[in-house]
Design a protein around this ligand. Sequence first.
Ligand SMILES: [Zn+2]
Length: 336
Amino acid sequence: MDFSHWEQIPRSSWRMAVLVGANTRTYKFALGSALLDAAAEGRSEILLRDLAVPYAMELVRHLGQAPQVSQKGERGEKDFLSVAEREAAESLRLGSPTEELLAAAIQSMPRMVMRKFHNLRGEGAEVPHRFYEVTGRSHEQVVRLSKELRDIAQSEQAPTLRGELSARWSIVETSFAIGIGQSLIREGVVVDMSTLQITDRQRRRSVAGVTDSVIGFQRGLCLICAEPITPEDDIAVDHVFPYSFMRLLRPGDQGTAPDLDAIWNLAPTHAHCNGQKSNRPPTREEMTRLAQRNEAIMQSPVPLKKTLELTLKHNKHSSTRPGEWLRFIQHVHDLL
Ligand SMILES: [Zn+2]
């Protein structure tokens, strides 16, 4: 996959682990969240049983809202998710996992989600940094948290990473819901411009914010100035090609002009950069960054990827040819 322009830093590896890769279940997000919490406290190690508590609780909270497994995912009675469903109500009432749920989490985490967290799609492919290591045996297992993980969890970018993780979780679990998932996968997502939320067409319900959903794919950087967007900054969602250009765009060969109110053309920026930009067309650098951002989203699973594929298809561009986003964006620029 093409992340060659991403710096090889731990934060990029974290983003790849969370944002990219096929998901048939949501365990990875629950683990990611529990790891960030533990590392934010500056800990270098934590008992597996202590890490299992927030992990299990995050999952049971999400179970109440949406399915945590894809329709294709098969599972048996001993499956951790089956146990979580049985124990969810009681665990929520207690405010902590039941004995049975905790035991199931401790048993399944090292064998399953903790083995896969660093994996990327493709045989044997892994992110270049390690965030933890499981040591010790059976009931005394200890999770050593790496310095890279602590640095990430204590950095000023940590809230951004949390937002990304949570948006990704919502998008993935929404894609698991019967019907809605199918329509999202078939039609892609739409953006409600009044609230800047990605919404599912069928239920007209918001899934996640545009900023949280895509900022990770542009590495947390402002699309205009390419500097980091920090939690203190005011953020705007920029139309990279200004919306007012809609009526100026000549229809392409296919008879309709590209939609400028869609994910492919929307990017988080500093509010002040956005204000200064006003109604000018994007620069060459901005177009390149937008193309790279969109190429990165294309590496993530449905439905954001599907949305971008549909944009390319509707505009008679290939959704599989490498480098197609830059060609498409240049093509839109030429329509002006
Ligand atoms: Zn900026």
